[in-house]
Design a protein around this ligand. Structure first.
Ligand SMILES: Nc1nc2c(ncn2[C@@H]2O[C@H](COP(=O)(O)OP(=O)(O)OP(=O)(O)O)[C@@H](O)[C@H]2O)c(=O)[nH]1
Ligand SMILES: [Mg+2]
Length: 343
């Protein structure tokens, strides 16, 4: 199944039901007053962000969301039934734009609710228009039309930490080791073909979310390999872990591998290039001492913090997690401060 993270949909909320014009008819009561009820409201089209959804697949297949119209009002002061709302669960991180590309809502937390198209109000029945001077109004209102149009949905997954690297660097192996996710792992490139999130639990009972995305190759920002389209899913992270295979079998130096990914991150733009990054030298279990020394020398040239790990043996993983968590917490504090200042 493809990983769907962009969808255009048509939404149509229900029209309001029309108000009723009617007069009471009872035996032995001549000229009963007006008793036309109001029309029902048209159904809304609503999204709710929810942890159990990961892609926009359902909406990709459905494409049109059309809510029911409200029923017309009836005699005997009966209110028409409201049209049923359409409520759709979408992944956390779904962004909703209108036809001009203007951002209407970013469902960045669980349980957020957004009405994409509002149902029209029902019209008032003639009973409402009765006054002392006009006891028998015949007028009742029509219902109001529901909103409709196209909406553009884009999913940008919410994760604290993003894994980037060439194919086979061991990103998924690391994710499987530190989180509850069970990604596919194999010694061929592009094992991972769609983003995957994993929750890491720390001692304080809290933790952070890590996103594993398909490997990048040279020219990814021009569409090579799986391209760079999955990079959007690590745009909102606090920190990037740049994973490097320090035991690369095809003889590529650590410096070359780092440079390839850096070029792609730069090519993608500032959102990622300006993000804090940590170099993770992986597969050090397979290195001789002098090989590790050479790898470290290359890595240190970048000026970034470097972690030396083996995702397979577990070497270096605990200090790496502590380091990442500190950064994640600092980033959360910073974001909270900014949000408070913006108020
Ligand atoms: N020796 C050793 N092998 C490792 C280590 N980490 C990963 N590997 C192996 O490297 C291969 C690739 O690992 P993956 O985790 O699938 O790599 P990836 O970066 O997710 O690759 P893509 O999904 O293709 O981008 C697998 O055969 C792993 O077993 C490590 O620390 N040491
Ligand atoms: Mg993988």
């Amino acid at each position: 199944m493809r990983f769907i993270d962009e969808v255009q949909i048509e939404v149509r909320a229900g029209n309001g039901g029309k108000g009723c014009s009617s007069f009471r008819r009872e035996k032995y009561v001549a000229k009963g007053g007006p008793d036309g009820g109001d029309g029902g409201r048209g159904g809304h089209v609503i999204f709710i962000s929810c942890v159990s959804k990961n892609t926009l697949q359902e909406l990709y297949l459905r494409k049109r969301l059309i809510a029911k119209n409200g029923q017309s009002g009836m005699g005997n002061d009966c209110h028409g039934k409201n049209g049923e709302d359409i409520t759709i669960e979408v992944p956390i991180g779904t962004m909703i734009r209108d036809e001009t590309g203007h951002l209407l809502c970013d469902l960045s937390l669980a349980g957020m609710r957004f009405t994409l198209a509002k149902g029209g109000d029902g019209g008032m029945g003639n009973a409402r228009f009765s006054t002392s001077t006009n006891r028998a109004p015949r007028y009742s209102q029509p219902g109001i039309e529901g909103e409709q149009g196209h909406r553009f949905l884009e999913l940008k997954l919410m994760a604290d930490v993003g894994l980037v690297g060439l194919p086979n660097a061991g990103k998924s192996t690391l994710l499987a080791r530190i989180s509850n996710a069970r990604p596919k792992i194999a010694d061929y490139p592009f094992t991972t073909i769609k983003p995957k999130l994993g929750q890491v639990f720390m001692d304080d009972g809290d933790g952070f979310v890590v996103a594993d995305i398909p490997g990048l190759i040279e020219g990814a920002h021009e569409g090579r390999g799986l391209g760079d389209r999955f990079l959007r899913h690590i745009e909102r992270t606090a920190v990037l872990l740049h994973m490097v295979d320090s035991a690369c079998e095809d003889g590529k130096s650590v410096a070359d591998q780092i440079a390839e990914i850096e070029t792609e991150l730069k090519g993608y733009g500032k959102t990622l290039w300006n993000k804090p990054r940590l170099l993770v030298l992986n597969k050090v279990d397979a290195l001789l001492d002098e090989e590790l020394e050479a790898a470290l020398k290359d890595a240190n040239k970048t000026g970034l913090d470097v972690a030396v790990v083996s995702a397979v043996s577990g070497q270096g993983i605990t200090p790496l997690l502590r380091h990442i968590y500190e950064r994640v917490l600092a980033d959360r504090d910073q974001r909270q401060l900014e949000a408070r200042q913006a108020l």
